[in-house]
Design a protein around this ligand. Sequence first.
Ligand code: 5CA
Length: 441
Amino acid sequence: MKLSEYFLPILKENPSEAKIKSHQLMLRAGMIRQSASGIYSWLPLGFKILKKIEQVVREEQNRAGAIELLMPTIQSAEIWKESGRYDGYGKEMLRIKDRHDRDLLYGPTNEELITEIFRDNIKSYKSLPMILYHIQWKFRDEIRPRFGVMRCREFLMKDSYSFDLSDDEARLSYKKMFLSYLKIFEKLELKAIPMVADTGPIGGDLSHEFIILAETGESNVYTDKDILKISTSNHDYSKKSLDEITEKFKKYYSATDEKFNKQEFENKVEQKNRLSTKGIEVGHIFYFGEKYSKPMNAVVNNKEGKNTFLHMGSYGIGVSRLPAAIIEAKFNDKFMKWPLSVTPFHVAILSFGKTGDEIDIKSQNIYNFLKSHNVDVILDDTNESPASKFKNFDLIGIPYQIVVSSKLNKEDFEFKEIDGDKEIFKKEDILKKLKNIYKID
Ligand code: 5CA
C-alpha cells in the first residue's frame, strides 16, 4: 500500500473528547471515527487490525475444537421470552418493532438463539460434546458509553457456547475455553489473568474474567505476582493437560472487586507478592449448566434413550475492545508497537525523496521487491518532512521501519525496529529478516 493512495486521516493533536491514551491514539492514527454515542466506524487501518485480531481468536478457538458459524445481529423476542430474560434484561437491550408489529431486538448476546438452533437440530448424545462459536456485532445500550471502543454500545464479540451431556463433561469444555483464552491472549502479546468473577445476567455458578493489567482499567484487581509466571506453552487440549493448567491457576489468589475478600487475600498471598491494581476485562467465561436448556426444553437422548437437559457454558471475548486494550498495554506515549500477530503492516518504508527523484525511485523499487515476496508493506511516498513521517509512524505502530534517504549508498537501506537502533542492510537481507520475523513463506 502506498500512503499517497491510502485512506489514513491522521490527526496532529489529541482530540479533546478522548480521555485515555487508547482512545486518543485510535482517533489520531485514523483507526476509528465515532458515528453516534458509543457507535464507531472502523477506518481501513483500524479495520485491518480488528480483522487480524479476529483471526488470532478464530485460529485458537478452532484448535480447541470449537466450530464457527454465524448468527444474525437481529433476534426474535420470542426466544428471550422462553428463557425468561426478555423483561429482566432491561434498558440495555435495544428493542425493535418490525412493520408487522413483531418484537425484535439487536442481540446483546446469543445464549437463547444458539440454544434454539442446537435444540432444533441435535437430538442424540452422540453429537456431544460440541462447542459452537461466532464472531458478530452486539448491541448493549450502555448507560454511559466511554473510552472509545473500550465501552461502547455496538461492539464485536466472539462468543462460544458449549453443549455437554453431564456436569463433568461440561466442566471439561469450560477448561478447554480457559486454555484457549490464555493462548489467544499470549499470541496477542498480552498477559491476561483469569479471575474468579460474578456471573451477572448470564447466570451460573462458575465464571472467570480474563483481565489485562492497566492503570486505565475499569476493574480493581487483587492477585499474586507469581500468577504472571505461569506458562501455557507445554499445555494442550487433552484432559490431563487441561486439569493441570487449571490447577496451576487455582493455587493463586486472583479476584476482581465483586469477589474480593481482604482477609482471604492477606491470608493467601504473602505481603511482598500482593498485587492490587486496575485491569481491563478482555474476556469472560461462564458455566451455567441447565439455566437455558431447562426453560427452552433443549434435550438430547442419552445412552439409555432418555431425554436429558443439556449442560451449557458460554465464553466471550471483546474482539473490538482488544485493539484499545493492546494500546493501553503497549503504548508508552511516544511509540506504539503492535504485536507481530496483528500489526496492520509488516514494515513501513519511509521515503525521504520527492516524487520522481532518485530516492523515490529507490523506495518504489524496494517496495515492489518486498511486495512480490508477500511482505505486507506500506510506503510513505508523500512529500511530508522526514520529522513528520517519523512522528506519524511512531504513532501508527508498525513494528519495523525502512528508511530511504540521500545519506545512504546506492544499494543500502536503514532498517530498524520502531524503538530500536538502525542498521544498514541490502534489500535481500531485509527480506530475509522480515521473512524470519513474520514466518512468511
Ligand atoms: N454471553 C457471554 C459470554 S459469550 C457474555 O456476553 N459475556 S460478557 O458480557 O462478559 O461479554 C464478553 C466480553 O465482551 C467482555 O469480556 C468484554 O471484553 C466485551 N464487552 C462487553 N461489553 C462491552 C462493551 N460495552 N463494549 C466493548 N466490549 C464489551
